[in-house]
Design a protein around this ligand. Structure first.
Ligand code: ADP
Length: 482
């Protein structure tokens, strides 16, 4: 049994902006069920605290005031510790962005304070009488922890997981000085990155082990195209870098019981899925049309996700007999052009700007085709949710998408292993060709159903990946000791 402190800036269902929250809300459950003593640490955002029954942690007399509240991850026995710091985290809204859509100006101070607190907790200096064997850090917001812990005697082992290398937490040299970090951290061998301070480098340089969320992405980030300037460092540390595919919470994401869904179905009852399609069309104000192929998009409207490829294609797609529904938010230029197209084709294209969990799930349950033309995708979750819900994913061959979707090529179709469609180039033409290929398959209902059923039969549970993390923790612990 290992004691694990899992440090994250978001965790579903308490606070979520993306896939990191899903991982943080499900991997710890799987690790706990393997018998490990795992505790999650998050910043105490008011909206997160409001969703769980949190209470103050009592300090052992004579120790520092912990500034911690404790609760349970809703519906589980996994303890969550929340760092209470009103100045830095006692504000409503997005964890990273202010109401103007820009990063909070004090993000460096906010997450530096969080990392210091996590370090104190990891060294059992907060009176909890609990010292983890492993500190598992996630993304740049936690990047300073391995750096700070590196200086400690008798420290826990550290693992740093990259959920998206494109977000690095870089700040000015002035900010570095303001944070009062050890001055030796200002070095290319530590946090300095082309004249700036990089939080993520704290994890990449100092963690005993680095992981990312798919084997393909682990390879991709060691090259210039996806390495975001860190490919040299990652190649240097490649012996310590591995890719472990994210799982999904198969109980939560289950079309047979999902409480968000108005109708339920499974792979033996696919005709009931038609009802979900009709409800989805209705929810989006589109005409109910059982035989019209329905395409969908859920996600951030940013270039990473290839939304520009879809926007580019809309004029051509609107000429085809199909419907498209889209939920997302992101760059305003994409939001505006999407709005423009819904006005032109209200019967074919419907849009919901913003974050909407219930609708996102109805989309997975009701759409025929789920589009994910990402330029890069560390793992991606939606393509797994889609397969589970009988929506056929159409994805770019990148990162975790390449590792989780089996293309409907002639061999896979013959062998019955196809679960989706993949395309290679990040161009509107390649996306269009893939959509045409999908529409041709849609005209063959028995083939379509077979692809749906293979996807629905796949096991994307955390069981295997959680076991791989346990092995990674053991390796990190071994490396720390040597
Ligand atoms: P990323 O973490 O890069 O945004 P992922 O596919 O890994 O992408 O995870 C995205 C998660 O966030 C999925 O659970 C997806 O359903 C959800 N999601 C993204 N945008 C929205 C939205 N606008 N409304 C509801 N859910 C969303």
């Amino acid at each position: 049994m290992m004691k694990i402190l899992f440090v994250t800036s978001e965790v579903y269902p308490l606070i979520k902006t993306g896939g990191l929250a899903d991982v943080s809300g499900s991997l710890p459950i799987a690790l706990k069920s393997l018998g490990h003593d795992i505790r999650i640490l998050i910043p105490g955002y008011p909206s997160a605290l409001a969703q769980g029954a949190f209470e103050w942690v009592e300090a052992i007399p004579g120790t520092k005031t912990p500034k911690l509240q404790k609760g349970l991850l809703p519906g589980t026995q996994v303890p969550v510790l929340a760092f209470i710091d009103d100045i830095h985290f006692g504000r409503p809204g997005n964890p990273y962005l202010g109401p103007d859509g820009l990063p909070w100006p004090d993000n460096a101070e906010r997450f530096s304070t969080f990392c210091h607190l996590a370090t104190d907790l990891a060294m059992d200096r907060l009176g909890l009488d609990w010292k983890p064997d492993i500190v598992h850090c996630n993304d740049w917001q936690t990047g300073l922890i391995p750096a700070l812990l590196n200086d400690e005697i008798n420290r826990p082992a550290t693992v740093f997981t990259i959920h998206n290398l494109a977000y690095q937490g870089t700040f000015s040299h002035d900010m570095f000085l303001k944070l009062r970090l050890p001055l030796r951290f200002w070095s290319p061998n530590a946090l300095e990155f082309y004249g700036q301070m990089s939080f993520i480098k704290g994890g990449l340089v100092f963690a005993d082990r680095i992981s990312t969320v798919s084997p393909t992405y682990a390879r991709e980030i060691q090259g210039a195209e996806f390495g975001c300037g860190l490919e040299g460092l990652l190649t240097h540390r490649s012996a310590k870098l591995s890719g472990i595919l994210n799982g999904i919470d198969m109980a939560d994401w289950n079309p047979a019981s999902d409480p968000y869904l108005p109708v339920h179905f499974d792979r033996e009852h696919l005709p009931q899925r038609q009802e979900a399609k009709a409800l989805l069309q209705t929810a989006f104000g589109l005409p109910i049309a059982a035989k019209t192929p329905l395409l969908a998009w859920v996600g951030r409207l940013v270039e990473q996700k290839g939304i520009d490829l879809l926007v580019d294609l809309l004029p051509r797609l609107m000429a085809l007999p199909l419907q498209i529904v889209l939920i997302g938010s992101g760059d305003s230029r994409f939001e505006q052009s999407l709005q423009h197209w819904t006005k032109l084709f209200p019967d074919k294209f419907a849009l919901r700007l913003g974050y909407d969990e219930a609708r996102a799930r109805l989309v997975e349950a009701g759409t025929d085709l789920f589009l994910m033309p990402s330029r890069f995708e560390p793992c991606g979750l939606n393509q797994m949710y889609s397969q589970r819900y009988g929506a056929i994913p159409l994805v770019r061959r990148a990162g975790g998408l390449a590792d989780t979707v089996v293309d409907a090529d002639a061999v896979a179709l013959k062998e019955g292993t196809a679960t989706g469609l993949l395309f290679k180039e990040a161009t509107p033409e390649a996306l269009y060709d893939a959509i045409e290929r999908a529409l041709a398959l849609y005209q063959k209902p028995s083939v379509w159903r077979a692809i749906q059923k293979s996807g629905m039969a796949r096991d994307f549970s955390w069981a295997l990946s959680a076991q791989q993390y346990v092995e990674l923790y053991a390796e990190a612990d071994h490396d720390r000791q040597t």
